[in-house]
Design a protein around this ligand. Structure first.
Ligand code: FAD
Ligand code: NAG
Ligand code: NAG
Ligand code: NAG
Length: 608
């Protein structure tokens, strides 16, 4: 019976006949969403196949040494270039300072005055196709979301297991704390994810301009300037009461160990494969999942496996992809479930290619609709990011100043801005980022939390799984001026603090948002952040939502609504952008999902 079902599925030519299912679970994508989950399932004794489009760069120092993160994000070995839009307005798109063009001779042009004949690509949005996903090239900033970002899921779904205080348990389970003495009840010490912090002792030196900036920020944000140095050691991952409303400096936590080695799902997968207990985990690299296979014979379609295209660089976002190259197509079956964890761009694409998505969009590309789910690929959201960049008169010696605070027009009592200031430059992403402005460069980078708009989308351009979908964030579409005002208020506060730097640092020559010669009005800055904001925390394209919400893609157990045997576990699952940085929240939900899946499997076994 199984065979006849499959021969029907394998109608198209070049498809190798699938064999009897040899895995309990198939997990698609080894990033923060899929990697930990696959390991946990295998460690619980379930045979699990983890499929990853990229290779393994775990030993490569570009990835293994956290200090090289900018090189990692630029590295062609793993880079997937998505060329995204920030709006539906083509004129506005051309004003993004780092918009990128293909010159036709194998090079990019970045900027607003392209050479004749160059083809407009859009805004570069890097992703890492590699064992460990974007946790292998990211800045490794490790934060928990706002408590509200978990509680909102309880409100939507009634599932109390998402309450913020209960979610801490998953964090403790994965954490291997490398910066606090053992025994701190808010932390974990035996997990697979190392966490560490930098050294803040620089701030004890009162004669440094950066220390004066720190104290001024303290004064402007209602903190005691005399205690500012100690406040820099506040634990960013601590369980403070009312933490969503807590304006404070914090230590900057990274997912790395105290020797600066990156810690990510890559380590966990490799440790699981190497374990003498021989857990039933199989890793298949360099394999692009092209769709999920369904048994549609019953009343409810059931996911039974995946179709893959084997070979490296099969996806056209990969700069190493050679036009026209195709790998062999195979089918692989799962006895229990398929879990899609391709990230916020690829998970909705995979679902749509499999017939799960807005019916009209699928029909346009002759994709047979398995389940009409209008929310797939919609509600794309991201933190808005912007920066203040200036040149001091001398190099500004310091470590990081990390601060979470609330600006006056924030809609609630909750903090809305995460900022970190230091002698570096960060202005977003483009081929070859970041720019170097010399030793005197100084930046406060800002991440705006809880964006009011979630109007972005990931939509198919064809039914070809090698094609890259159309991605448009539609930044600021709903109540955008409110968010722009909040960013501007934050910039004004930080700029004011800079003026306390004193000799020999001042005057700071600002490069943006207010370069010399511009009148630094709020309107000017709002326009700057509207046109030049960047982002790299995409989420919510397969969001968890309430029963009866047509835009809900998942239930609170990550199950794709309307089908069986299929879940999505990655940054696409969050109904709202989780806090200021998504990587730790994504690893947390990966761990939660594994527990849910194992509980279901055990429940089913008990029922037999
Ligand atoms: C440059 C950069 C810097 C960042 N810095 C930070 C930071 O400092 N802190 C922070 O919290 N967050 C940061 N982020 C964001 C964070 O890394 C991501 O939110 C997080 O990695 C999302 O995890 P994910 O599992 O949803 O997706 P991903 O990390 O994208 O993982 C998805 C995986 O699935 C694979 N895949 C996709 N499609 C297929 C397919 N069809 N077949 C097979 N495999 C497939 C991909 O190759 C990839 O390995 C950064 C992101 C970028 C791009
Ligand atoms: C949850 O719902 C309650 C009652 O409607 C409301 O007071 C609270 O603000 C909501 N919380 C979140 C996080 O949405
Ligand atoms: C403080 O910084 C100044 C300026 O860099 C330096 O000259 C001085 O030695 C530092 N003091 C201490 C105690 O480190
Ligand atoms: C869909 O199928 C129809 C009928 O076979 C064909 O005419 C049309 O070109 C197809 N459209 C696409 C986008 O492939």
């Amino acid at each position: 019976m199984r065979y006849s079902l499959l021969s029907a599925l394998a109608a198209s030519a070049f498809v190798a006949a699938a064999e009897e299912p040899s895995y309990d679970y198939i997990v698609v994508g080894s990033g923060p969403g899929g990697g930990p989950l696959a390991c946990d399932l295998a460690r619980a004794g379930y045979s699990t196949l983890l499929i990853e489009a990229g290779g393994d760069e775990g030993e490569n120092p570009t990835y293994a040494d956290l200090a090289n993160f900018n090189e990692a994000a630029n590295d062609e070995a793993t880079r997937w270039d998505f060329w995204v839009k920030h709006s539906d307005d083509p004129e506005r798109e051309l004003k993004f300072g780092h918009t990128t063009w293909d010159t036709g001779d194998g090079t990019f042009y970045v900027g607003t005055e392209p050479p004749e004949g160059a083809k407009h690509l859009g805004i570069q949005y890097p992703r890492a196709a590699v064992l460990g996903g974007c946790a292998m090239h990211n800045g490794a900033v490790c934060t928990l979301p706002q408590d509200e970002d978990w509680n909102i899921i309880v409100n939507k779904t009634g599932d109390k297991s998402w309450e913020a205080d209960k979610m801490r348990r998953y964090f403790q389970k994965i954490e291997k704390n490398d910066y606090l003495p053992s025994g701190n009840a808010e932390h974990g010490y035996t997990g697979w994810l190392s966490t560490s912090t930098g050294d803040n002792s620089w701030a004890k030196n009162d004669s440094l301009p950066a220390t004066r900036i720190l104290k001024k920020i303290a004064e402007l944000t209602g903190q005691d300037p005399a205690k500012a140095t100690d406040l820099l050691n506040n634990d960013m991952l601590g369980a403070y009461e009312n933490r969503d409303e807590m304006t404070s400096f914090f230590n900057m936590v990274s997912h790395g160990d105290k020797n600066g080695k990156r810690s990510s799902p890559n380590n966990y997968v490799r440790a699981t494969l190497a374990d003498p207990k021989k857990y039933p985990l199989t890793l298949q690299l360099h394999t692009l999942v092209t769709r999920v296979l369904f048994d549609t014979a019953g009343a409810v379609p059931k996911a039974i496996g995946v179709e893959v295209m084997e070979g490296a660089s099969m996806y056209k976002a990969d700069p190493k992809h050679v036009d026209g190259t195709k790998g062999p197509i195979k089918q692989i079956l799962a006895k229990r479930e398929v879990i899609v964890s391709g990230g916020a761009f690829n998970s909705p694409q995979i679902l749509k290619l499999s017939g799960i998505g807005p019916a009209a969009e699928l029909t346009k590309f002759n994709i047979t609709v398995v389940k009409d789910l209008p929310g797939v690929g919609e509600r794309l959201a991201d933190n808005y990011e912007g920066s203040l960049l200036a040149l001091g008169q001398v190099p500004i010696e310091s470590g990081l100043i990390t601060l979470l605070f609330r600006t006056p027009s924030a809609p609630t009592a909750k903090r809305n801005i995460f900022t970190w200031c230091a002698a570096f430059s960060f202005e977003g992403f483009w081929p070859g980022f970041p720019a170097y402005y010399g030793p005197n460069q100084y930046t406060c980078a800002m991440v705006h939390m809880s964006p009011k708009s979630q109007a972005g989308s990931v939509r198919l351009v064809s039914a070809d799984p090698q094609d890259v979908p159309d991605i448009n964030f539609r930044f600021y579409r709903d109540n955008g001026d409110d968010d722009l005002k909040e960013l501007t208020e934050a910039a004004n506060l930080l700029r004011q603090a800079w003026q306390a730097a004193g000799d020999p640092a001042l005057p700071f020559e600002e490069l943006h948002p207010c370069p010399a010669g511009t009148e630094c009005t709020d309107a000017h800055q709002m326009e700057h952040f509207k046109l030049q904001a960047y982002s790299h925390h995409a989420s919510s394209t397969c969001a968890i939502g309430a029963d009866g919400d047509v835009m809900a893609v998942l239930d609170s157990k990550f199950r794709v609504r309307g089908v069986q045997g299929l879940r999505v576990v990655d940054a696409s699952a969050f109904p709202v952008v989780p806090g200021a940085f998504p990587v730790l929240p994504t690893m947390i939900i990966s761990t939660k999902a594994a527990e849910e899946i194992i509980a279901d499997a055990k429940g089913a076994a008990a029922a037999l």
